[in-house]
Design a protein around this ligand. Structure first.
Ligand SMILES: C=C(O[C@@H]1C=C(C(=O)O)C=C[C@H]1O)C(=O)O
Ligand SMILES: [Mg+2]
Length: 461
């Protein structure tokens, strides 16, 4: 595949060795090439064969897909994680030797990652492999943009490296990915599922509405956990394949740490940036799908006019509008939501468009937006304090930004809901809902039950 550009790769490596010698430190090289069509899931599966941790992202089933294999470098941050990650990224990009002749967003040097919902909440064992904030630059990245495919090879070159040997090794590894074919292993059976403390959770919803009725908060999003035991360790490739076919209106993502893998199919965009064009999404307010078209339409109509759901939704719209105004121009937000249909349920949806002012980055926006009242509440601090103190689970990366960015001001982050942490032959699934003054614990419980469905169904439930 890279044969035609042989000289290009070699000359890049030559330059890198000189630089590594001058600086006496490893030199990051990033080399991108257009390739023939390839199945992203085969690429994902090939990485497993190579013993590499994998990262996966699609924005919709067909348009855009990123698959990362292995890690050439990490951006890890604790305190001030947004600024810190941005600083590390800028540093990494400015020191890298990049060959990427394409303007396509998501090609070239790309970092993929996510973070904990609440860095102030105590870490439990459940999420021990997941950092407060972690982005990885993969060893190999596959980018699919509509019908075009790109392969990026990233490597760290030292002064003692040999161009010919290194180029040979890189081509060999790339060949293992591009020529890979394997039928994905069969799916697993669900052996046992346990909803964690459902009655206590309903009590918590009541406690939250009491708090709201005492005017101490307006909206508090409460989540709960379901623990699964599976017949064997599922193939993440199969899980993704099923999510891709069943959840077509969603972002599908996976972030793997050995036997632990955080996977989900979320409909909720946090922010998308293409150069300076910004998109965000207000998504809150939920109803089930109807069994017939007529029933479905009826439910949509009710949802669109339901004051409780419109209230839940409007908190998100107001907050996002306010949060971005300092950073953006030409903010366009329709004054009424529309329906966003998913396989198992439907949401109220309001898109947000704006132009990012010069001098700001996607991290500035994420920092302002996370958590929106779709996952935290209103006011932010009061709701977070309540969640931190009383919620019965460690959210870990659930409900937090997950996504990617490239070295040309493009990137996209979703809110990691409809997700689960697969750990060997067990898994924890997470689902939450917005509690407002007229929330009924039983109805909120039912709402979370449907939100488990996307992940539950691909794990044999
Ligand atoms: C918290 C979740 O979803 C959020 C809550 C919603 C609601 O309560 O109506 C709808 C969409 C999301 O903003 C989840 O799926 O876990
Ligand atoms: Mg709701």
């Amino acid at each position: 595949m890279i044969e035609t550009k042989k000289a290009l790769l070699e000359s890049l490596l030559d330059q890198a060795i000189v630089l590594a010698n001058n600086t006496d430190s490893a030199q990051l090289v990033s080399f991108t090439k257009k390739i023939d069509e390839i199945d992203p899931l085969q690429f994902f599966e090939a990485a497993k064969d190579q013993g590499m941790n994998r990262t996966f992202w699609t924005s919709t089933a067909d348009e855009f897909c990123l698959v990362g294999a292995g890690t050439v470098c990490h951006l890890i941050a604790d305190e001030n994680r947004f600024q810190e990650t941005e600083k590390q990224w800028e540093n990494l990009v400015s020191n890298a030797l990049i060959h990427n002749p394409y303007q396509t967003p998501g090609t070239g040097l790309v970092a993929l990652g996510g973070m904990r919902f609440d860095p102030k909440k105590d870490n439990t064992d459940l999420w021990k492999k997941f950092k407060n904030s972690e982005f990885r630059v993969p060893r190999l990245t596959l980018t699919k943009q509509k019908s075009a495919f790109y392969l990026t090879i990233n490597t760290e070159v030292t002064k003692d490296d040999h161009t010919g040997q290194l180029a040979h090794q890189l081509r060999k590894t790339a060949g293992c990915f591009l020529g890979y074919t394997n039928s994905h292993p069969v799916a697993v059976r669900l052996k046992q599922k346990e909803e964690i403390a459902p009655e206590q959770w309903k009590g918590l919803v009541k406690q939250a509405t009491d708090k709201i009725n005492q005017n101490k908060a307006e909206k508090i999003v409460l989540a709960r956990e379901m623990r699964l035991k599976l017949s064997k360790q599922p193939a993440i490739t199969t899980v993704l394949k099923k999510l891709l076919t069943s959840q077509t209106n969603s972002y599908i993502f996976a972030f793997e740490h050995d036997d632990d893998c955080f996977v989900g199919a979320t409909p909720e965009r946090l922010v998308k940036l293409e150069q300076n064009q910004l998109l965000s999404t207000c998504l809150a307010g939920t109803a089930p799908r109807g069994k017939t078209t007529a029933e479905d339409k009826e439910i949509s109509k009710t949802l669109l006019h339901d004051p409780k759901n419109r209230g839940e939704h409007d908190y998100v719209v107001q907050m996002i509008k306010n949060a971005i105004k300092h950073y953006c121009l030409d903010i366009q937000i329709p004054d009424k939501p529309v329906i966003y249909p998913l396989k198992n349920l439907q949401h109220l949806y309001t898109p947000v468009r704006a132009t990012l002012k010069n001098g700001y980055s996607i991290f500035d926006i994420i920092k302002e937006l996370h958590p929106t009242p779709a996952l935290g509440g209103v006011p932010r601090e009061a709701s977070l304090t309540f969640i931190r103190e009383y919620e019965l689970l460690d959210r870990g990366w659930y409900g937090a930004p997950v996504g990617w960015l490239d070295s040309n001001q493009n990137g996209e982050f979703a809110v990691a809901i409809r997700s689960g942490l697969i750990q060997g032959d067990e898994a924890s699934l997470f689902a939450g809902c917005g509690v407002v003054k007229d929330s009924d614990p039983e109805a909120e419980y039912e709402e979370t039950l449907i939100k488990f469905a996307p992940m539950l169904s691909v794990l044999g439930g």
